[in-house]
Design a protein around this ligand. Structure first.
Ligand code: FES
Length: 240
């Protein structure tokens, strides 16, 4: 599996509101994720073609984003359409930000580095947003930790038999009793990974108490993973 050739989650959908932008990283690339005022999400290279300012510092206005530095405005296709210092200029079409495909699935915003990506399947069930977690480890270590996870069902207080299944290269389902979490794994760099978690099921069942329950579980899971990593590093140092 090559991470260059698949879809990647960048954020929970509810974390990026209409009219806002956020910087993120994928496979060491700087990206800006922004949502226009119509609610459509966009993923671009996080670099203004003028002087390289991060576009994630810019302002979303309607269906375009304006760079913080000199105010160049880019439409939803990434083309510069207006330069404040030259208001009558017919801006050359070559002034363009690289844009990436976007899809929303499982309560997450996804992108891919492929120019002609395969379609993503649509959701079969509604989801409730949970949270994003950031781990100091690479993609494979995060996936291995996910595979060993034990969920605590919403209706119970003790861990129970848990099944972790791979739905795609970067999307996992953690199932236990009646509950199912979706975990999108974002490969930020060789040493940083993000997990974007949502709960598969009706909002009536999970919003509020269910989200709190699984939020506590997620924080405890991350603590356990980090403690295990620290113990491994100490062991490596002792052996060395
Ligand atoms: S750096 Fe973006 S407009 Fe100048």
């Amino acid at each position: 599996m090559s991470l260059e050739n698949c879809w990647h989650p960048l954020s929970l959908s509810h974390s990026i509101e209409a009219g806002s932008s956020a910087g993120t990283r994928l496979l060491d690339r700087e990206l800006v994720l922004w949502r226009d005022n119509n609610g459509v999400a966009h993923v671009w290279e996080d670099r203004c073609p003028h002087r390289g300012m991060k576009l994630s510092f810019g302002f979303v206005r309607g269906d375009h984003i304006a760079c913080l530095y000199h105010g160049w405005q880019y439409n939803s296709g990434g083309h510069c359409q207006y330069i404040p210092a030259h208001p009558t200029l017919d801006v050359p079409k070559t002034i363009k930000v690289p844009v990436y495909p976007v899809h929303e699935r499982g309560g997450m915003v996804w992108t891919t580095l492929l120019e002609n990506p395969p379609l993503m399947p649509e959701d079969e069930e509604p989801v409730a947003p949970l949270r994003s977690l950031y781990l100091c480890c690479g993609f494979e270590a995060a996936v291995a930790a996910l595979g060993a996870s034990q969920l605590v069902p919403f209706a119970s207080k003790t861990p129970a038999d848990t099944t972790v299944s791979r739905m795609s290269d970067t999307l996992f389902a953690i199932s236990c009793a009646q509950d199912r979490l979706l975990a999108g794994v974002q490969a930020i760099s060789n040493t940083r990974t993000a997990l974007h978690l949502s709960i598969s099921g009706s909002a009536e069942r999970y919003v509020g108490a269910g989200q709190n329950h699984f939020n506590d579980w997620a924080l405890q899971w991350r603590h356990t993973v980090e403690q295990a990593r620290i113990a491994d590093e100490r062991l490596d140092q002792d052996v060395a």
